[in-house]
Structures are given as C-alpha cells and as structure tokens.
Write a protein that binds this ligand. Sequence first.
Ligand SMILES: Nc1ncnc2c1ncn2[C@@H]1O[C@H](COP(=O)(O)OS(=O)(=O)O)[C@@H](OP(=O)(O)O)[C@H]1O
Length: 398
Amino acid sequence: MGQLRLICCRLLPDAPGSSASPPLLPPGRRRLLLWLLLFIMLALWLCMVYSCASAGSCAASAAPGLLLLGSAPAARRAHSPAALSKLLLLRTPPGSKGQLSPDQENDEDEDEEDGGGGGGNSNGAAPDSLSPISSFLNGSGTKKLPQAVIIGVKKGGTRALLEFLRIHPDVRAVGAEPHFFDRNYERGLTWYRELMPRTLDGQITMEKTPSYFVTKEAPARISAMSKDTKLIVVVRDPVTRAISDYTQTLSKKPDIPTFESLTFKNRTTGLIDTSWSAIQIGIYAKHLENWLLYFPIGQILFVSGERLISDPAGELGRVQDFLGLKRIITDKHFYFNKTKGFPCLKKAEGSSKPHCLGKTKGRTHPNIDQKVVQRLREFYRPFNMKFYQMTGHDFGWD
Ligand SMILES: Nc1ncnc2c1ncn2[C@@H]1O[C@H](COP(=O)(O)OS(=O)(=O)O)[C@@H](OP(=O)(O)O)[C@H]1O
C-alpha cells in the first residue's frame, strides 16, 4: 500500500510549493497510467464479485444486498449469462411475502413457498429489489409479461409442473400465484409485469394460477395481453380432482359436510350438484370451449396429471417441446421418494439437495362411498369423452 502511494505521488502533479522529488513520467503518460491503474482496480473488483458468486460464499459481504440463491455446486453450473442471472437474485427476507401477498383462501395453492427455490422471484419481491451490482451482472435482464401461463386446473398437479419446469435454465417463474386475470385485473399490466422475475433474451417468463381455467373473463384478458401466449393445462381425473379439492377444504374447515352429501342436490334421485365448485371445475370440456373462442387448440398444451406422477420426465419432455426449449429436464433429474409416494427432484433449482413438494401436496384422501364415486364417474363420462375429442387425447379416466 505504501509502495502504491509512493507511485501515485510520483505520478501525480506536485502540489504547488511542495518539495517532492521530480516525477517519473511526463504528464501525458502519467494521466494514461493513472487511468490504467483505475481500470485494473475496477477489473479486480469485478473479478472478486464474480468469483464470490461462483464460490457461492462471499457475495453478501462483497456486495451488500446481493444474496446468492445457489449453493456452490449449483453455482458451478452457472456458465451462461442466463444461468448466472438465475443465480444472482435478491430475495426478500424469509417469511416476507414481498409485494405479492396472495390471500391464502381456500382455493389457494398452499405450497407456494415451495416454489422459492430460485427459479424466480418466488415471493414476488418488490420491483426494484435487485441491487445495482446484481442488476449489472444480470446484464440486459428485464421484467417481461409471461409468454407462457399454467392456467389450470386446480389440484391437477400445477405446482409439481412449475417446480419441475423451473430447473430449466431458460425458464423463470413467479412462485406465488398472481391471480391477475381473475382477481387482480384492475391493477393493470404494469403491476402484473412488476411481479415477474427478470429474464434475459431467450428465457421464458412463466406463472401459474390454476383458477384461470374456470374464469370466464380469463381467455379474453390473456388474449388481450398477447394472443401468442402459450397456455398449459394440467388435467387430472375429475373425480379424484374433486376429492383432492374437498380434502384441501376439509384440512382448513374440518366441520364441513361430507363429500357424499355435498356431491348431490338430491341423493335419492342421484342428481349431482354442479354448482359445487369441486364438481364444476372437472367439467373440462365446458371450460375449454370458452378458451377456444380466443385461442387455437394448438396453443394449449394438456398435461396429464396422472403421467406427471408416473412419468414426470416424459411429461416434461412434451412441455419443453411445446415451449420451444431444449430438452434439458430428463429422467436424471427425478427419483421416486417412497415415503412421499411421489416423484421428487434429485436437486432442487439453486440447491444440491433433493427436493419433494410440501406436505399439502400428495395428501391422503378420505374414504369416499364407492357408490358415490361410481355415480360421479357416470356423470363425468360424457364430458370426458367430449374433452378427449376436443384435445385429440384420451386421458384414460374411464
Ligand atoms: N411430484 C409430486 N409431489 C406431490 N404432489 C404431486 C406431484 N405430482 C403431482 N402431484 C399432485 O399435485 C396435486 C396438487 O395439485 P396442484 O399443485 O395443482 O394444487 S393447487 O391447485 O395448486 O392447490 C396433489 O394432489 P393431492 O394428492 O390431492 O394432494 C398431488 O396428487
């Protein structure tokens, strides 16, 4: 340091009246050398910040406000600017929901924080939450409106799909459900865009809100945002879906009537209560008609909720193709967790640890009277047939 000061002093013009020794270089060269020195210092500082990011350890001290989401192995995978930008995100403090605070109503995905693995601004952090350094390293990263949306269906397996998809380096997604096209539309597209994570060119911005599929206004609204939006629907046997839906409600309100009694308007005549949302949501053909008024069928991908469990890599292959992504998510990313009874990720995004969905996903369903289940199967059959016809895909529920 003393030597540096000596060199600087001898390079800099002498203060008037000083009796310093004669400068080493002529003034023109001195200025050039000074600029060079400054440039080297800046480069060294940037190197330090970058290597901290790669080591996954010292970012917080090197640059206050910059937190690393990835552990060292994840960071080592960060070769591309896109991957680096995924790594360098500022998260709101644990427990904070940031700008987006979905009211945890009965129809909410209670597992949202599972999505905090770093594939995006999972908790809807405030729009300007990136520090100048991370913004700089984020390159041209900007918040964009989603190019692809998982629109449904509730209890279909939407969280699993989003969690699996976000391990792709070219996918960035909001973890929480924005509910923009149903509950928050009046807030405007600027509000909506601010919820999105920053993306680089070539990265896809995504969100999931399963209630869109049954929202009358949603197709027109999404089409008004962009008629090119790619839509994904995870569908599941409507009977199991209804029971899953009921199980969620029951977990919050243990005093509700039985599934059997809610199913019927009149149990003696066997008349189904189609006004009960648990039943209504499963009439997929009816809801789909509404979407086809605004989107061609080829712009909607139907993911089998059943296959997402039995063959997650296979379904993810179809989704990656549909989104125009390289097939990066493969068999290698999954393992079957016997305790959970579901496929889980060998490594969650931004982590080296295995990751299963939370305890609100894959709940044990109550036993339902088989006669009621049978009656529901009969009820859904014609709608299912219509749905298979419309989508050109037999989901095998009958
Ligand atoms: N890998 C994996 N792990 C755990 N759970 C999985 C998985 N893949 C699909 N599923 C099924 O996802 C069902 C919940 O669906 P959603 O995430 O769409 O629910 S929500 O609408 O967002 O609340 C959930 O429903 P329940 O079994 O009734 O809890 C699961 O069956």
